[in-house]
Design a protein. Structure first.
Length: 213
């Protein structure tokens, strides 16, 4: 199977079996998504979703969150990983939104990465989720699943994986492929013992071939 055929098979399979893939984070607007994605670093979406309703009720927008104090916000998010840093990042992010971006979430990666707590991965998630920009956020699931299947080859860093994926996936499918790979990694191609016996990608998967040759 050539690389092109592998990509076609995998994207076709996802298209038929996961047509509605989207983020599992709960949000109503770009500001809420940004807060949720910042909180989700090293933390499960489930845990973030248990916390964000309390944040959004008290701080519904950037002006409100920009006025929050550390001591007010910290107790609300203390059950999330790295609560100290994330409290500072959220307040700093909202303050910068007010100072530089008129209180609105910017829609480019270049602007988003200026915000505290926002790296390239977060910026890629925000831009691909809120307006389907062809940006690929490579998290641990995307990195692992792409390597196992053989969508990426010898990618040593997330940036290398991102560049390889973007080169081979049709532009209009990049944003949804991000969700496909995450969901596949979360529920089927899990880290410790991939569930190949229930996976529909075996005939295109390099890892499966190696394990069964
Ligand atoms: S066949 Fe196995 S290793 Fe390959 S994508 Fe499916 S679950 Fe992952």
């Amino acid at each position: 199977m050539t690389k092109k055929q592998r990509y076609e098979f995998v994207l076709d399979w996802f298209e038929h079996h996961m047509p509605e893939a989207e983020t599992e984070l709960l949000y109503d607007n770009a500001f809420q998504l940004l807060v949720a994605v910042i909180l989700s670093a090293q933390c499960t979406d489930k845990r973030v979703n248990m916390t964000t309703p309390f944040i959004f009720a008290r701080y519904p927008d950037a002006p409100a969150l920009a006025k929050a104090t550390f001591d007010e916000l910290f107790p609300i998010i203390k059950s999330i990983s790295y609560p100290n840093n994330k409290t500072k990042h959220l307040i700093g992010m909202a303050q910068m939104l007010m100072e530089r971006f008129g209180g609105e979430v910017p829609h480019t990666v270049e602007e988003l990465v200026q915000l505290p707590g926002v790296g390239r991965k977060t910026a890629n998630v925000i831009t691909s989720v809120i307006d389907a920009q062809p940006n690929m956020a490579v998290d641990t699931h995307v990195f692992r699943v792409s390597a196992r299947i053989g969508l990426t080859t010898n990618a040593k860093t997330v940036l290398q994986a991102e560049q390889q994926l973007i080169k081979s996936i049709p532009k209009e499918k990049i944003h949804i492929t991000h969700h496909w790979l995450i969901l596949h990694g979360r529920y089927t191609c899990v880290a410790r013992k991939p569930k190949c016996e229930i996976c529909g990608l075996t005939q295109a998967c390099k890892y499966y071939k190696t394990m069964n040759d």
